[in-house]
Design a protein around this ligand. Structure first.
Ligand code: PMP
Length: 307
C-alpha cells in the first residue's frame, strides 16, 4: 500500500478517510492539481512542480483556502512522498486541497481547508501518440463571468465530465468545448492547438479556457521555432475544420492528435508533421534528454547518506 500525505502527515492510503458530511463532497469546494514525474536516466523528474503548485495555491485562494506551505514546500513534500513510496518511475501526482468542514451550507467555509497529496504509477503515452476522433460538445465551458473558469476547482469539473460523457456516447474519443460566447475553447481536460500552414494557433484565456502548463510549455517551444509562427488568438468552430493539424495537450493527455472532427477529416487524418515534432520534443523535455529551463525538471532520487 502506498503512503499519502493527509492533513499534516504521511499515512497509509487506507487511513486517509473522510466523513460523509465533508463540505467539499457536497459542494465541490476543493482544488486539485495534476502533475507528472517521468522516469529519466537518473531517478525520476517532476515536470514544472513549482508552476503547478503556484497555480494550486492561487486557485485555492479563489475559494478563500490557504495553506501554511509555499509552492517550494509543497514540491519538497512531494519529493518526500515519492521517496517514501520508492517511486522513481513514471508517476501521476494528485494534490488536493478541500474544505473539510462538516457544516451544511453552500457558503465558503474558510479555516477548515486540508491538504492531501496522492501518487499513482502512470505510463506515458506511446510514441508516436495514437490519433483520436473528436466532436464538438453540446455543453459549453462555464463562462468566466459565472465562475473562475480557468481554475482547477473540483466542482467545475462537472462541466468537463458531461462533455466527455456526451462525446463518448456519440462514439468519439475526445470532445472539444466552445466558450460560452461560441469560440473554440479546449478539450475536457486539455488545451487545443491548431496548425494552418506554418501558423500554429491556440485560443486565448478570454475563451473561458484553463490555461494549462503544457500549453505554456508548447507556446514557448513554438515561439522559439525557426520556421513556424505561434499566435494566441480566437478560433471559430468552422475555422477548425480547415486546420492542417489539430492536437490536444495537457499533463495527463500529453499530446493527442485529432484526425477527425465531427464528420470531417483533419489534414490527412493521421498525425501531422508539426504534431509529431511537438510530441517528440515534449517527450524529450519531460524525460530529460534535452536541456530545460531552470526549475522545469526536479529530480527525485533515493535519499542517500549525506556527504
Ligand atoms: N484544461 C483543463 C480543463 C484541464 O483540466 C487541464 C488539465 N489540468 C488542462 C486544460 C491542461 O492543463 P495542464 O497542461 O496544466 O495539465
Amino acid at each position: 500500500m502506498a503512503d499519502v500525505f493527509f492533513g499534516d502527515r504521511f499515512v497509509d492510503e487506507t487511513q486517509a478517510l473522510l466523513p460523509v458530511t465533508t463540505h467539499a463532497l457536497h459542494y465541490g469546494i476543493a482544488v486539485f492539481e495534476g502533475i507528472r514525474a517521468y522516469r529519466t536516466a537518473e531517478g525520476s523528474a517532476i515536470f514544472r512542480p513549482t508552476d503547478h503548485y503556484r497555480r494550486f495555491l492561487k486557485n485555492a485562494a479563489l475559494l478563500q483556502m490557504q495553506l501554511p506551505h509555499s509552492a517550494e514546500d509543497l514540491t519538497a513534500l512531494t519529493i518526500e512522498l515519492l521517496q517514501r513510496n520508492e517511486n522513481y518511475g513514471d508517476t501521476y501526482i494528485r494534490p488536493l486541497i478541500y474544505s473539510s468542514s462538516t457544516k451544511v451550507g453552500a457558503h465558503l467555509q474558510p479555516g477548515g481547508e486540508k491538504l492531501a497529496i496522492m501518487t499513482f504509477a502512470w505510463t506515458p503515452t506511446s510514441f508516436p501518440p495514437s490519433v483520436s476522433t473528436a466532436t464538438y460538445s453540446k455543453w459549453r465551458r462555464f463562462s468566466h463571468v459565472s465562475c473562475p473558469a480557468g481554475a482547477k476547482i473540483a466542482g467545475l469539473y462537472v462541466n468537463s465530465a458531461l462533455a466527455i460523457d456526451e462525446s463518448k456516447r456519440r462514439g468519439f474519443d475526445q470532445t472539444i468545448m466552445l466558450s460560452a460566447g461560441g469560440e473554440v475553447a479546449e478539450g475536457y481536460g486539455a488545451n487545443i492547438f491548431a496548425v494552418f500552414g506554418d501558423k500554429v494557433m491556440t485560443p486565448p484565456e478570454s475563451a473561458d479556457i484553463l490555461a494549462g502548463i503544457t500549453r505554456d510549455t508548447l507556446i514557448r517551444h513554438f515561439q522559439s521555432h525557426k520556421v513556424l509562427s505561434m499566435t494566441v488568438e480566437s478560433i471559430a468552430p468552422d475555422q477548425l475544420f480547415d486546420a492542417d493539424e489539430i492536437f490536444l495537450c495537457g499533463t495527463g493527455l500529453e499530446i493527442r492528435p485529432i484526425g477527425r472532427l465531427e464528420d470531417r477529416v483533419i489534414g490527412t487524418g493521421g498525425i501531422g508533421p508539426i504534431t509529431t515534432e511537438a510530441a517528440r520534443w515534449y517527450r524529450a523535455i519531460v524525460t530529460g534528454t534535452i536541456p530545460a529551463p531552470d526549475g522545469w525538471r526536479v529530480r527525485v532520487v533515493p535519499p542517500g547518506p549525506r556527504k
